[in-house]
Design a binder for this molecule. Structure first.
Ligand SMILES: Nc1nc2c(c(=O)[nH]1)N[C@H]1C(S)=C(S)[C@@H](COP(=O)(O)OP(=O)(O)OC[C@H]3O[C@@H](n4cnc5c(N)ncnc54)[C@H](O)[C@@H]3O)O[C@H]1N2
Ligand code: MOO
Length: 418
């Protein structure tokens, strides 16, 4: 999907809000176009990052015929004369002739000439010390290439690296992986009314986003250093511009909270104009959260950085994260566009006219039915804190009971979602 840049002006280049699904595609495409330069890292350091190229095995798997039991590798018919022993890690001598056997351990290499492997517990000894028994008819060893052939592609580029991938990469011979690094993100919290400690006071609310947004960003694969969380930034244009400039110097993505509208102290759009930013998306036809935006700033090195403007209302800020920031981060990491699973509505959910409605729901993990939660005002976080995701009600529609609708999952645990 093409991205239509619009240069930031101090009025925010007012256009009709972009359709929600289209906005997701536009920000993903922008991220993909600016996917981070791959690096080579030792396997343990690749955890949580993304394969920059397909994982192809460097050897056959297994690389040699491998006994899968403890027992006897035998040649010809028994009883068999024992001519040696091979343990895992050793290289066995060949079996010289019919009627000979080598004692073999699980994981050891099968000797040349072996026809079968007899399990230790299914063997007996004859009086003259030979081994007797009937090997099973199914092979008791693994053949080279049974799992994969040398050069075979096991995983595509874009696969998130987790423990399973690290183990597989090690078993097929890798010491390092070529991965796309975690995008570096910073957060600027705007709003003179915000307190950073203690309970709210008359006219002042507690900053709910400074502590929460970095944790969300990390769950979408970004790296956020505590020193890169700044705020509240003073409600002046010059302070906004200065804070954005500093943050953009070190980050691939700067998230801001608040100031997306056009109130007397909303300075985000004018600040973006001063930085020469262009909009990837400026307002989205979604409720809640429509003033969200994503802008692009080209750095002195020619590389693009991004500014995600999250609305100040806390639930709206999270809607912007899941709508714009998650697809952008997927693109920057070279991952596929996050797919949305489907759920069945267990109760009706109202539509929001021409806007997409993202409605907080709990999902019954067994039945797969989604039911709306309460306390879901855009200024509230109570509903969000107990929800499993947002049910997506399309523009112009309503969510009837029994309807199958997409779900934007909330990544509640580090290992869930991407
Ligand atoms: N005239 C209009 N006013 C507003 C409209 C509108 O269409 N016309 N839309 C409303 C909607 S919807 C939203 S969302 C907000 C977005 O406003 P901003 O992004 O400019 O955010 P602020 O004005 O700075 O703050 C809004 C609200 O959120 C509280 N807030 C801000 N930051 C935090 C934080 N870190 N933690 C907790 N709460 C925060 C702030 O105190 C305000 O109550 O605009 C509406 N207005
Ligand atoms: O859309 Mo605002 O973003 O409802 O709170």
């Amino acid at each position: 999907m093409s991205v239509e840049p619009a240069v930031a002006t101090d009025r925010g280049a007012q256009r009709p809000p972009v359709d929600w699904a289209r906005a997701r595609n536009q920000v993903y495409a922008a991220g993909q176009a600016d996917a981070l330069v791959p690096v080579e890292l030792p396997l343990p350091e690749a955890d949580g990052l993304t394969l920059a190229e397909p994982l192809t095995t460097l050897t056959d798997l297994p690389a040699f015929p491998t006994s899968s039991v403890d027992g006897w590798a035998v040649r010809g018919t028994g009883p068999w004369r024992v001519v040696g022993r091979v343990l895992a890690g050793g290289t066995p001598p060949p079996l010289p002739e019919n009627g000979t056997a080598v004692e073999i351990a699980t994981g050891a290499m099968l000797p040349d000439g072996a026809d079968e492997v007899l399990r230790i517990e299914e063997s007996t000894r004859t009086d003259d010390g030979r081994v007797a028994g009937t090997p099973r008819t199914t092979p008791e060893w693994r053949s080279p290439g049974e799992e994969a052939y040398a050069g075979e592609e096991l995983l595509p580029a874009g696969t998130p690296v987790g423990p399973g991938v690290i183990g597989l990469a090690a078993s097929c011979g890798y010491d390092q992986l070529r991965v796309r690094p975690a995008p570096r993100a910073a957060l600027l919290v705007f709003g003179d009314e915000l307190l950073t400690a203690g309970p709210p006071q008359a006219g002042q609310v507690r900053d709910a986003l400074g502590p929460a947004v970095p944790a969300w960003l990390r769950r979408y694969g970004a790296r956020v250093d505590p020193a890169d969380v700044i705020g509240p930034v003073a409600d002046t244009l010059s302070a906004h511009v200065a804070a954005l400039r500093t943050a953009l110097a070190g980050a691939d993505l700067v998230c801001t909270t608040g100031g997306t509208m056009h109130g007397p102290v909303d300075h985000l759009h004018p600040a973006l104009a001063e930085l020469g930013a262009d909009y990837v998306v400026n307002t989205v036809a979604v409720r809640p959260g429509f003033p969200m935006l994503l802008a692009r700033v080209t750095g002195p090195d020619g590389r693009n950085r991004y500014v995600a403007g999250l609305p100040g209302n806390p639930q709206s800020a999270i809607v912007a994260l899941v709508s714009l920031v998650a697809p952008l981060l997927a693109g920057l990491q070279g991952r596929p566009m996050p797919l949305l699973p489907y759920v069945t509505l267990g109760e009706p959910v109202a539509g929001r006219g021409n806007y997409t409605h993202l409605a907080l729901v709990r999902v019954d993990p067994v039945l797969g039915t989604a039911r709306p939660v309460r306390h879901v005002g855009s200024a509230m976080l109570r509903g969000l804190a107990q929800a499993d995701g947002f049910a997506v009600i399309e523009p112009g529609g309503t969510g009837e009971t029994g309807a199958r609708v997409p779900l934007v999952p909330l990544p509640l645990l580090p290992s869930v979602g991407s």
